[in-house]
Design a binder for this molecule. Sequence first.
Ligand code: ARG
Length: 400
Amino acid sequence: MTERVVLAYSGGLDTSVAIGWIGEATGAEVIAVAVDVGQGGEDLETIRQRALDCGAVEAYVADARDEFAAEYCMPALQANALYMNAYPLVSAVSRPVITKHLVTAAKKFGATTVAHGCTGKGNDQVRFEVGIQTLGPDLKCIAPVRDLALTREKAIDYAEKNNLPIATTKKNPYSIDQNVWGRAVETGYLEDIWNAPTKDVYDYTDDPTFSPAPDTAIITFKEGIPVAIDGQAVTPLEAIQIMNRRAGSQGVGRIDIVEDRLVGIKSREIYEAPGAMALIIAHQELENVTIEREQARFKKTVGQRWTELVYDGQWFSPLKKSLDAFILDTQKMVNGEIRLEMHGGRATVTGRRSETSLYDFNLATYDEGDTFDQSQARGFIELFGMSSKVASARDQRLGL
Ligand code: ARG
């Protein structure tokens, strides 16, 4: 029987050429799988048909938008996941859900190998292949760009020679990856890290310099998940989509960083994640109101570790799962509403209200009605500073 390869298919030039390229290099039949994670752009039926026209024996489209939002973006929100304090893991959270659908398709169509279009320099190859090894230990992996010497020039050549129904002229200077959680742009002009990003880099956000009148949203959270916006019930996918639009038109969520890749390279990345950033800012503040101090401090460390694991392609790892359990436990009381004002590229919390709040007005107030017994503070401070005081006395005795 002819071997079968499942290919992660985007509809673009490289993966369209990869269909025939893999066939010729390995003699295998290719099954194209396109996963909708809210990347927008072309209609998925058009993409499916193109795969068939490029020689795929089967083409399969999975609408994973709700699943991606609920099971991948929401955990990232609950973790307040910002890699290097800045990047909301846009591409990193999409790879595991795509991998899951690739492995399912491989089983369904009897494939022995899974192929993806990543290069050998990035994080995404690691995320795909570690995920595939974990979910389908019997499956092999190939990356035509990395392993079968498929370069851009060869791809254009191949598409033209074989009359593939794909444009070879419009050369985008950037490498772009996008989904509902955000958009990542790299390469080209941006590789000179002194170059400021030009206007054409952006798509999810409008220029914050010329933003319209301020927009105020009231976001209701239940156990750390947005469940309503301005009183209207929303699904996780809808919450992200609505905030993408509203925060995006205010220019919220533009990020420009040099980032540490897993493979040891520093790379310059431009991200746009208006919905993700607005939701994280709101969620973080609701946590400030509802999570007890020590739990909150520890959660920050856990969230950072979670973020690094997910960035490093360890979505399906045991440690990541254990941290999930901790994070989920912390979210039980993260209920309530946040008022978020968005304007000129910033999203600012201006109000919070919660039935599970730990904010006690009578303890906090400096006005009439204060229930806090201030006389107890003296003794507390005395004991709290005791160990430093003792150490300092010793040092002075020794003349240090
Ligand atoms: N550096 C980011 C990450 O590793 C984004 C990678 C996106 N890929 C792309 N082709 N632009 O998550």
